[in-house]
Design a protein around this ligand. Structure first.
Ligand code: AMP
Length: 283
């Protein structure tokens, strides 16, 4: 596996593969790898000739009060894990390689970024995501890029950028990888002390309660939400948001007859965690 730091090096390495008609898969990440990241790499490895993983803690998607400076970083461990998954190129640029002096462009996706994490973290968050992902697509020019359904709104934002800007890349969303007790894997789980780690299981338990009601035939979004909120109340957690929204448009829904995303964000101990389930509609 090559570790590359500059855009020209990546262009050259990918260009060589492309000249041999090889397919290119990209997995964008912020590092601190766990099984969620590795599942994307495995899928990319199965489906492409060349696998590129980017490792970049993107400063523009963090608000000033967020955890940019403390975000877990361990490039040597990440590199070893990526290599073990058969990744060909780890692109780990410095911030000024991605944002050189004078950088002035931002990609803003309207509408779907106004809600959930866009409302909670502020508009800058998805602007930062959309901009860096668009840059990565321009640098690597992958045939396919792999994202986790854990960040369901991010998948929708990236798909919208690709559609609206006619980018020639296929987006694959991969299932959420969880710990044995159901907690969605996240680089931020390292912030949890033992008590908070236990409390954090409430996110998936609440979503499971919602899922069970839906699977049992309940279709009223308000009733499903109340059942999930009860789990949070019992766990002593006040979610930043807990919402049921149309899985494609992120419009609020009154019922779950169409595919519905139930998404939650909550502060647990020192971590801000997100999770979601897709409630399959009746169509
Ligand atoms: P991050 O490094 O947190 O930006 O995540 C990089 C990619 O891995 C994103 O597409 C995430 O959605 C995905 N990802 C993070 N956690 C998980 C998980 N538990 N299961 C599946 N994918 C994940």
């Amino acid at each position: 596996m090559k570790i590359l730091r500059t855009i020209p090096e990546v262009r050259e390495a990918v260009g060589e593969a492309r000249a041999k008609q090889r397919t290119v898969g990209l997995v964008p990440t912020m590092g601190a790898f766990h099984e969620g990241h590795l599942s994307l790499m495995r899928r990319a490895r199965q489906e492409n000739d060349l696998v590129v993983v980017s490792l970049f803690v993107n400063p523009t998607q963090f608000a000033p009060n967020e955890d940019l400076s403390t975000y877990p970083r361990d490039e040597a461990r990440d590199a070893a894990q990526a290599e073990a998954e058969g990744v060909d190129i780890l692109f780990a640029p410095a911030p000024d390689e991605v944002y050189p002096h004078g950088f002035a462009t931002s990609i803003h996706v309207a509408g779907i970024t106004d809600v959930l994490d866009g409302a909670s973290r502020g508009a800058h968050h998805f602007d930062g995501v959309a901009t860096v992902v668009t840059k990565l697509f321009g640098i690597v020019r992958p045939d396919v890029a792999y994202f986790g359904q854990k960040d369901a709104q991010q998948v929708l934002v990236v798909r919208r950028v690709v559609r609206d800007l006619d980018l020639d890349v296929r987006i694959e969303a991969c299932p959420i990888v969880r710990e044995v007790d159901g907690l969605a894997m996240s680089s931020r789980n390292v912030y949890l002390d033992p008590a908070a780690r236990q409390q954090a299981t409430a996110l998936n338990r609440a979503l499971d309660a919602a899922q069970a009601l839906h699977d049992g035939g309940e279709r009223d979004a308000g009733s499903i939400r109340i059942a999930a909120l009860k789990v949070f109340k019992d766990a002593g957690i006040h979610p930043e948001y807990l919402e049921l929204r149309d899985a494609e448009t992120l419009e609020p829904v009154a019922d779950t007859t169409r595919d519905t995303l139930i998404a939650v964000a909550a502060r647990v101990g020192a971590a801000r965690l997100i999770d979601n389930h897709l409630l399959k509609g009746d169509a």
